[in-house]
Design a protein around this ligand. Structure first.
Ligand SMILES: Cc1ncc(COP(=O)(O)O)c(C=O)c1O
Length: 407
C-alpha cells in the first residue's frame, strides 16, 4: 500500500547530516546559574554535578527568582486562579490583566495596552489584524514578524538591517512603482516594522530616522521591543529612551524576557487596542494570559522601573564587553546582548564547548540562524551576576579562546 505519511526519520537524518539538529538541555532553575542536564531525548534528564554560570538567557534583569515577583504570581494563583479558563472575550478577562495593561500603557506612554498569550501571538495577531497592503521590514526582524507578514498576505519589502537610507529608497521605489502602474500610492496602507534591539546582533534600530522616513510618506511604524522592555528609561524600551512615543503608532513587546514571565503585549491608541480586541485572531481565539503570569509581569515591571536591576545589568554589560574586547575578541552590538563573533562555525562550536567545560553556558549560533562566516556566541549577562561571576566568565573565555587558537 502507498505510504502517504511523512518521512520523519529521513528529515531527522538530513538535519544530522548538516549538523543542524537541535536538542533540549533541561536546567534545574531559571537564574544566573543552574545545573544542566545532557540532552536526553524523551528519557528523564540527569543533572550534571557542577553548577554552570548562565550567559545565554533573556532573563536580563534576573527577576525570575525574585521573591517579590514569585509572591505576586503565588498570590494571583491563590486569589484569581492558575489559568484564565477562557478567552478574554468570554470569561477570561480578570483584574490582574487590567492592572498589567494599565501599567504597560503608563510605561509605554500610550492610551492603552493589550496582552496576548505570547509575544509571537502579539506580532502575528497585530500584523494580520491591521491587514496592511505593504509591510516594510528590516531584514533581521524576528520570525514572528515574518510570519505575521506572511499570514497577513501583505506585500513585504525587506530593507537592509538598521539602514534608514535603504528603507527610504524602498519607500520611494514602491511609490514610483504604484505611480507607473497608474495607481495612487496613498490608496495603499503601509506599515514599517522593526525590532528595536536585535536579538542575534545586539544592534539597536535607528528609530528616529525610521520615524522621519515614515512621516515623509505617511506610513505607520510598529516597533518590537521584546529585547528592550524593562531595560531602558523608566522601565520602558528604546522608544522611551528616545522619547518617540508620539511618533510610533504601535509598540509591541514580550513579558517573557526582562519581565521574567510569559506573554506578549501591544500598546498604542485606544482605537488600536479596540481593533485588536475585535480582530486579532490570536487574541480572540486563544485563552487569556494565565493570571499568575500577568501578576508576575506587573510586579516585574514595577521592580524594573523602581529598583536598581537596570543599573546593575548595564554595569555587568560594560564590564564584560570591556574584558572580552581587551582580550582581543570581536564583540558586535550596542545593547545588553554581546555577540562575540568568531566567524568560522567549527571555531564557534569549539569555543562554546571550551567555556562549557569551564562551567559557563553561551551556546554557538551558526548559519542558517546567522549569515555564513559570522558564527558567534551570543553572550548575555544578567543583572544578578556578581563581579566574581563576570570575572569567572572572562577567565573561561580567555582559557577556551587560547585553547581554540582564537587569542
Ligand atoms: C524580537 C522578538 N519578538 C518577539 C518574540 C516572541 O516573544 P515570545 O517569546 O513571548 O513569544 C521574540 C522572542 O523570541 C523576539 O526575540
Amino acid at each position: 500500500m502507498a505510504d502517504r505519511g511523512f518521512d520523519l526519520e529521513g528529515r531527522l537524518d538530513t538535519l544530522k547530516d548538516h549538523d543542524l539538529k537541535r536538542a533540549l538541555s533541561p536546567v534545574d532553575r531559571v537564574a544566573e546559574r543552574g545545573y544542566f542536564a545532557e540532552p536526553s531525548g524523551g528519557e528523564l534528564p540527569v543533572l550534571e554535578s557542577a553548577e554552570a554560570l548562565v550567559f545565554a538567557s533573556n532573563n536580563y534583569l534576573g527577576l525570575t527568582d525574585d521573591q517579590r515577583i514569585q509572591d505576586a504570581a503565588r498570590q494571583a494563583a491563590a486569589t484569581v486562579g492558575t489559568g484564565a479558563g477562557a478567552s478574554r472575550l468570554v470569561t477570561g478577562d480578570t483584574m490582574v490583566h487590567r492592572d498589567l495593561e494599565r501599567l504597560l500603557a503608563e510605561v509605554k506612554g500610550t492610551e492603552r495596552a493589550l496582552t496576548f498569550s505570547s509575544g509571537y501571538a502579539a506580532n502575528v495577531g497585530t500584523i494580520t489584524a491591521l491587514e496592511p497592503d505593504v509591510v516594510f521590514s528590516d531584514e533581521l526582524n524576528h520570525a514572528s514578524i515574518v510570519d505575521g507578514c506572511r499570514l497577513a498576505d501583505a506585500d513585504t519589502v525587506v530593507y537592509d538591517h538598521c539602514d534608514a537610507a535603504s528603507l527610504r529608497s524602498a519607500l520611494e521605489e514602491r511609490a514610483d512603482a504604484a505611480a507607473r502602474a497608474g495607481r495612487d500610492p496613498t490608496d495603499e496602507s503601509w506599515l514599517i516594522v522593526t525590532d528595536s534591539v536585535f536579538s542575534m546582533d545586539g544592534t539597536v534600530a535607528p528609530l528616529e530616522e525610521i520615524c522621519d522616513a515614515a512621516e515623509a510618506v505617511g506610513a505607520w511604524v510598529m516597533v518590537d521591543e521584546a529585547h528592550a522592555t524593562g531595560l531602558y528609561a523608566d522601565g520602558g524600551g528604546v522608544v522611551q529612551a528616545e522619547g518617540l512615543e508620539d511618533r510610533i503608532q504601535i509598540q509591541m513587546g514580550t513579558l517573557s524576557k526582562a519581565l521574567a514571565s510569559q506573554g506578549g503585549y501591544v500598546a498604542g491608541s485606544a482605537d488600536l487596542i479596540e481593533c485588536m480586541v475585535n480582530d486579532a485572531r490570536s487574541f480572540v481565539f486563544s485563552t487569556g494570559l494565565a493570571p499568575p503570569a500577568a501578576a508576575a509581569a506587573s510586579e516585574a515591571l514595577h521592580v524594573a522601573r523602581h529598583g536598581d536591576a537596570r543599573e546593575r545589568l548595564w554595569e555587568n554589560v560594560a564590564h564584560l564587553r570591556d574584558g572580552l574586547e581587551t582580550m582581543g575578541f570581536d564583540v558586535w552590538g550596542d545593547s545588553q546582548i554581546l555577540p562575540l563573533v568568531v566567524g568560522d562555525r567549527e571555531d564557534a562550536m569549539a569555543l562554546a564547548d571550551g567555556i562549557r567545560e569551564r562551567d559557563v553556558v553561551a551556546p554557538a549560533i551558526r548559519p542558517p540562524t546567522v549569515p555564513e562566516g559570522t558564527s558567534r556566541l551570543r553572550v548575555a549577562p544578567i543583572a544578578t551576576h556578581d563581579e566574581n561571576d563576570i570575572i569567572d566568565c572572562l577567565e573561561a573565555f580567555r582559557a577556551a579562546g587560547e585553547e581554540v587558537g582564537l587569542l
